[in-house]
Design a protein around this ligand. Structure first.
Ligand code: ADP
Ligand code: MG
Length: 513
């Protein structure tokens, strides 16, 4: 322990010190009075200082190493206490489980000690945490679609016939379609009020919603750079410490990005390999945020959706977040296997995903939206992306679902795809709509960027999906997309089976046999 001010520099001991064979002890002590030593205030301040050093609230990029191998073990009593507690809890739970088993034996009626468990938040390894991530038909965050008029263009019989041009039906459909605008775009309860929107009004609103979406993305981007928000909670830090302790990572240097749903760190890879994997020299650690503020905004997408009543009610928010991390891992692996340039997965631990770093010497590769490319490179980037979208669709059976210049990095003369936690299979109830949105983003970006041969969004959609939707305007095109999705959903409802893929000639779709 540090001596506090009672030692004096000169005094009877100084002659002895100068002769001492072990050299002089360090005498950089701070002098203060005995009253201060006894002061509770001082003790509190010292304690606070120590805790702050262990769990700084804000993580800034230029702070120097964020976590290193050297400061893992003894830097904080709190950290050690947490680790011990975690170990204790685990042993306690294991003992409970043994007793539960002994008491229940083969009996048909069993009792459960569940309520006595000390399941540690964020640190439970129990198998009930595993979720059926692959069932991507079940996207919790999307509303049911409005009903669409079938391809033949009318419904009903005789005098009750209504066509897709019927004003009232059209108006209601437009109102329902507003549900598909970005979640942050408040549309009110138009359906409840039986609001009928004319095409003209709907199109104007839609245009506004798109530009708002883009504006909010730009704002978000600004915030990302200006605020190093509270980066991670102590439990996540502990997870990260463990990665260093195990030798998997060498140092976590700092935060690259703090987004709405994730925080991304840079780290240098360690020596030890996991599951025969070589650790890349530089890694990115994506921490999915466990604070649910952002996810709550999406409530409206789940609450009335019959598909999630059974499954989703059972999942707690913590598990849902892990599911996103897990989805990102599996989607990246599929892409890796197809040879699409993307980060390589190193390890997934709960809501923390470690992958290879795209960039060099701690500097992440720029997003396409931030880099100024020559017209040659721009053209090259476009063709690479066209190819990647086709590969993603055909070989990986995936639609990115958040593809834009924000999630494509330019590195080593190529385009790299990132951020695939929300990617879904094309036969997802809204898969084709997502693909269409991706196509719109890509097409607009390259057309504005001066790539003359860039296909428009509808051509791009057909080129990627192999579908042959002929509508020559966006409204009809989307209507056909929704009709295809609807047929797929009906098939799932009637046959309990999903489509393996959509047919290339449009009709009829190819089903799983
Ligand atoms: P979010 O869902 O928050 O948008 P992203 O996966 O897009 O999460 O990551 C946010 C940012 O972090 C990206 O825009 C990129 O700058 C950086 N990033 C993410 N993964 C990597 C990686 N593997 N290598 C380099 N930078 C990365
Ligand atoms: Mg992103």
């Amino acid at each position: 322990m540090d001596s506090v001010g009672v030692a004096a520099d000169a005094g009877p001991g100084s002659a002895w010190r100068s002769k001492c064979p072990w050299g002089a002890p360090n005498t950089t002590s701070i002098s203060c009075s005995f009253a201060d030593v006894m002061s509770e205030q001082l003790a509190k301040e010292l304690q606070l200082e120590e805790e702050n050093a262990a769990f700084p609230e804000v993580v800034a990029v230029a702070e120097g190493p964020f976590i290193t191998g050297e400061n893992t073990d003894t830097s904080s009593d709190l950290m050690l206490a947490q680790m011990l507690q975690m170990e204790f809890d685990r042993e306690y739970d294991a003992q409970l489980r043994r007793e539960e088993k002994k008491i229940n034996g083969d009996s048909k009626v069993s009792i459960s000690f569940e309520n006595y468990r000390k399941v540690h938040p964020y640190d439970s390894d129990s198998s009930e945490d595993e979720v059926d991530w692959q069932d991507t038909r079940h996207d919790p965050y999307r509303a049911d679609k409005p009903t669409t008029t079938p391809r033949r263009g009318f419904i009903g019989k005789g005098k009750d016939i209504t066509t897709k041009h019927d004003e009232v039906v059209c108006g209601r459909k437009n109102t329902a379609r507003m549900e598909n605008f970005a979640p942050e775009f408040q549309v009110g309860d138009g359906i409840g009020m039986d609001l009928k929107l004319s095409n003209q009004v709907f199109n104007a609103l839609k245009q506004h919603a798109y530009s708002e979406e883009r504006r909010s993305a730009r704002l978000h981007e600004k915030k990302e750079h200006s605020t190093a928000e509270k980066a991670v909670d102590p439990k996540t830090r502990l997870l990260m410490y463990k990665m260093i302790n195990s030798g998997m990572l060498e140092t976590i240097t700092g935060c690259i990005s703090t987004g709405k749903e994730s925080v991304v760190f840079h780290a240098y890879g360690g020596e030890s390999a996991t599951e025969d994997k070589v650790i890349p020299p530089e890694c990115a650690i994506k921490v999915f945020k466990t604070t649910l503020n952002e996810f709550k905004n999406r409530d409206k997408y789940i609450k009335d959706d019959y598909r999630f009543k059974d499954r989703f009610g059972r999942l707690n928010p913590r598990k849902i977040i892990r599911m996103w991390a897990e989805k990102e891992m599996h989607n990246l692996t599929r892409m890796q296997n197809a040879g699409i340039p993307c980060p390589k997965v190193v390890l997934l631990k709960k809501h923390v995903l470690v992958m290879s770093f795209i960039g060099q010497d701690q500097v992440p590769a720029p997003k396409l939206k931030d880099v100024t490319l020559s017209s040659e490179d721009m053209k090259k980037a476009y063709h690479l992306i066209l190819n990647m979208m086709q590969q993603l669709y055909k070989e990986c059976n995936l639609v990115h679902a958040d593809l834009s210049e924000y999630n494509m990095l330019w590195h080593d003369g190529k385009v790299w795809l990132i951020d695939v936690s929300q990617s879904v299979e094309p036969t997802h109830p809204h898969g084709l709509e997502f693909l269409f949105r991706d196509c719109r983003n890509v097409s607009q970006f390259f057309q504005k960027g001066g790539v003359a041969e860039a296909l428009n969004e509808r051509e791009l959609f057909n080129a990627v999906s192999g579908l042959n939707i002929t509508a020559d305007n966006e409204v009809d095109f989307q209507e056909e997309i929704e009709a295809l999705e609807k047929r797929n959903e009906d098939h799932v409802q009637n046959h309990g089976k999903r489509l393996s893929r959509f047919s290339s000639s449009g009709d009829p779709p190819i089903y799983d046999e």
